[in-house]
Design a protein around this ligand. Structure first.
Ligand code: ADP
Ligand code: AMP
Length: 228
């Protein structure tokens, strides 16, 4: 099996900026990103059997079953990760069974270190961010932008992706009832996930996410000691 040097987990509620910060780490630090949400949306767009099973859960803001998610992550790790790369997981694990399964997967891969970074932000601010989010409709891209009037994360051309010129769309789960459901589910699982990591002695670095992206990135770099 291929080896990985380090896995960095970005934990945090929907809208905290996990995907955006991961993307910056890919650009600046040369990391490889896995977003389980992106993988799920890719399955739905391609109309795979998995996509059909998870479509309703995603639209209504529920979690996809642990076993499906863990299988996707295991497959991605063995197919897409080469050599000595640092991998950032954005949105995984979200439950204790997923965290346990990840530890199990890593124990089979030999010398891999795990770092946890948790983005924190109040629910009110999260809702504002999610209602302003647009993403690239090209499922191989899924770059994330904001249409908030004061945002520095707007696309250069209205509704056109800076990276691939795909058209930009709102996510089907970025509407008020699905957002409320996702935040509720996030808070239920977060407590258990944090207790799990505390119990196994895994430290977590907390980063305040209600700052500009450059400030979030700066805090993240200062606290973790990574260098470009
Ligand atoms: P998550 O992956 O945690 O759900 P995203 O990275 O998709 O969050 O970001 C959610 C929304 O917030 C997007 O519209 C993104 O452009 C915007 N965003 C991300 N980080 C910041 C930031 N530091 N400041 C302002 N807006 C941000
Ligand atoms: P995200 O793009 O991270 O906001 O995820 C979008 C949706 O995909 C979530 O609301 C879930 O329905 C599903 N999903 C993504 N990651 C996971 C995960 N680790 N466990 C369960 N469901 C997930």
């Amino acid at each position: 099996m291929k080896t990985t040097k380090e896995i960095v987990l970005f934990l945090g509620p929907p809208g905290a900026g996990k995907g955006t910060l991961s993307h910056l780490c890919v650009k600046r630090l040369g990391w490889v990103q896995l977003s389980t949400g992106n993988l799920c949306r890719e399955h739905i767009a391609q109309g795979t059997e998995i996509g059909e099973k998870i479509d309703f859960a995603i639209k209504s803001g529920k979690l996809v079953s642990d076993s499906l998610i863990v299988d996707m992550v295991g497959q991605w790790l063995s197919e897409c990760v080469t050599g000595d790369q640092t991998v950032v997981f954005d949105g995984f694990p979200r439950t204790v069974p997923q965290a346990e399964a990840l530890n199990e997967l890593l124990s089979k891969r030999g010398d891999v270190s795990l770092r946890l970074v948790r983005l924190t932000m109040s629910d009110d601010h999260l809702v504002t961010r999610l209602l302003s989010r647009i993403i690239c409709s090209d499922k191989k891209c899924q770059a994330v932008y904001s249409v908030h009037e004061h945002s520095s994360l707007k696309p250069r051309k209205e509704n056109i992706c800076d990276e691939c010129e795909g058209s930009l769309v709102r996510r089907s789960d970025d509407e008020e009832s699905a957002i409320a459901e996702r935040l509720k589910i996030y808070h239920e699982h977060e407590k258990r996930l944090l207790s799990f990591y505390k119990k196994i002695g895994q430290s977590i670095c907390n980063v305040e996410a209600h700052q500009s992206l450059e400030e979030v990135y700066g805090s993240f770099i200062d606290m973790t000691g990574y260098s470009e």
